[in-house]
Design a protein around this ligand. Sequence first.
Ligand code: AMP
Ligand code: MN
Ligand code: MN
Ligand code: MN
Length: 283
Amino acid sequence: MNILNADLHCHSVVSDGTLTPEALAERAHTNGVQLWSLTDHDEIGGQERAASAAKALGMSYLSGTEISVSFAGHTVHIVGLGFDIHDARMQAGLRGTRGGRHARAQDMAAGLAQVGIHGSFEGALQYAGNPDLISRTHFARFLVETGVCKDTHEVFRRFLTEGKPGFVEHRWANLKDAIHWIRDGGGMAVIAHPARYAFTPNEEYALFSEFKAHGGQAVEVVTGSHSAAEAVEYAGMAREFGLAASRGSDFHSPDESHTDLGALPWLPGDLTPVWELLQHRIQ
Ligand code: AMP
Ligand code: MN
Ligand code: MN
Ligand code: MN
């Protein structure tokens, strides 16, 4: 059944969102979400709160996270859904992936200082609800708040993307490892927002092939960061690679996100939705 208001991708203060897990659950429920997942970057610290808030509202829940992976010189995001949050390998894997963020943030601040923007490490940290998870988004909020840029998109464009003063090359998790952590805990690995990567067609083909070979099972087709044309394109990739399809807003904040929780088109009717394969993991 593809007509289900599932939102299986969003962020709380436990990573780079601005709402608590409880406030997100309320907002998702108000917006008509029937099946929800909180997918904080490299973190599962909000999972118990999210699951119990969903339960109190009578909304179905799948455990979730969004793992940062390095592939072919780019960062790729792999969403994990429906895994056991107590699985030791998953917990250790995520801890390792989070590990380099502090030093990376200090290097980012050093790069920004060279173009006259001082105190950004401390500034960004003030916006981080979880000091273990300082991200580019927190730097972006600091630079908007201090008047350097008018919005976070401008900060990314001018300062935080490849080749810009605050960008630092970083080695994230390996694709195979991330898929295995998710699968070891009984979950399903999903390629997040595939249209957002700067891959050549060959690199993209390699990503999908390797993802599938390592046990990855799904791709986000309908997401807040895809246009209608991109959803059509990746529905085609799901068919070509025999992958199930996921749907998620990637909501971060009422002030920054253009797609609200649950406010998404339906999945194309011929694709297998991830929730059909994860029935036994739904809480
Ligand atoms: P990080 O994991 O620290 O590299 O931060 C990545 C996060 O930055 C993503 O999950 C998005 O929330 C945010 N982000 C990336 N690119 C942009 C952009 N162009 N505009 C706004 N936010 C972005
Ligand atoms: Mn984010
Ligand atoms: Mn992402
Ligand atoms: Mn995300």
